[in-house]
Write a protein that binds this ligand. Structure first.
Ligand code: C2E
Ligand code: CA
Ligand code: CA
Ligand code: CA
Length: 279
């Protein structure tokens, strides 16, 4: 038995070393990826559930790795956060997203479309963030109210005082703030009343419940809370029309998910906008 334990331990150790090596390699490659323009954005439509019309998009970053193909942000964003590279990546994401939005404003002939951009806590705590976002908005010529920054609930709760101060500064720019993956944290809900929040993104796990139960009580409670606080509510991860219908019946106005559209290249969104007459 002892020998077996030893054997087990050794392989575990090996696996861990493999893992660390892999991460170090990716980190070095990510540094170059940023410099070499291997990152790009895809955009997932946010639709109104009533008509299924595109009202905005969420920008999602992709890494076109020369050997490994397109890598998911779930693989490289954690590495970017640990190494601080996230600050540079964030700058790229914000710049690219706002520039893209200004092009779509031109196609549509108005400034009604919205752009959601994800923000990790590391970026939120960066002293230069507010000036950076202000600069990006000015350079692109978008209306600040078109931009929503999404932060996850756990991140908000981690350092609530500093985060709160930063969120207020961002809000003063005229942009909107959303809590991402809402409902997945174990935090007190009272913070919602005190933080400058405009929108809730309901986590996919709640949308999933709709496939099993008629009206899951947690989802109902979240929706009522959001309505009570006058927040814009967006349900994530809608994969079936039945979910969209249930959500609409429960008073949820906006949604995202593969049922409507996957994250798309900018050109595909161009097409959608050109064919969406009264937007
Ligand atoms: P998120 O912000 O919660 O984004 C939603 C994720 O769900 C996206 O994965 C999206 O492609 C996926 N999704 C959308 N609709 C459906 C659906 O109907 N079914 C399923 N199964 N999935 C759906 P993605 O693009 O891989 O992004 C993963 C996470 O990476 C994001 O989660 C976000 O936390 C992070 N991320 C992405 N882009 C950025 C970025 O530019 N900056 C930062 N800091 N984080 C980012
Ligand atoms: Ca998000
Ligand atoms: Ca989310
Ligand atoms: Ca997430």
């Amino acid at each position: 038995a002892k020998r077996q334990d030893h054997y087990h331990f050794a392989t575990y150790d090996d696996a861990m070393q493999q893992d660390i090596l892999e991460k170090l390699t990716l980190r070095a490659e990510l540094q170059r990826a940023v410099e070499n323009g291997q990152l790009h954005l895809v955009y997932q439509p946010v639709v109104d559930l009533e008509e299924g019309r595109i009202r905005g998009v969420e920008a999602l970053v992709r890494w076109n790795h020369p050997q490994r193909g397109v890598l998911s942000p779930t693989v490289f964003i954690p590495i970017a956060e640990d190494s601080g590279l996230i600050v540079e990546i964030g700058r790229f994401v914000q710049k690219t997203a706002c520039k893209q939005l200004s092009l779509w404003n031109r196609i549509r002939g108005d400034k009604a479309m919205t752009m959601n951009v994800n923000l990790s806590v590391r970026e939120l705590l960066e002293p230069s963030l507010v000036a950076q976002v202000r600069g990006v908005i000015e350079d692109s010529g978008i209306d600040p109210s078109q931009l929503t920054l999404e932060v996850t609930e756990t991140h908000v709760m981690a350092q609530v005082d500093l985060v709160s101060e930063r969120l207020h500064q961002l809000r003063d720019l005229g942009i909107k703030l959303a809590i991402d993956d809402f409902g997945t944290g174990y935090s007190s809900l009272s913070y919602l009343e005190h933080l400058p929040v405009d929108a809730l993104k309901i986590d996919k796990s709640f949308t999933d419940h709709l496939l099993k139960e008629e009206t899951p009580v947690t989802l109902k409670t979240i929706l009522r809370l959001g309505q009570e606080l006058n927040l814009k509510i967006v349900a994530e991860g809608i994969e079936r029309s039945s979910q969209a219908e249930s959500l609409l019946a429960l008073g949820c106005v906006y949604g995202q998910g593969y049922h409507f559209a996957r994250p798309l290249e900018a050109e595909a969104i161009d097409e959608m906008l050109r064919h969406d007459e009264n937007g």
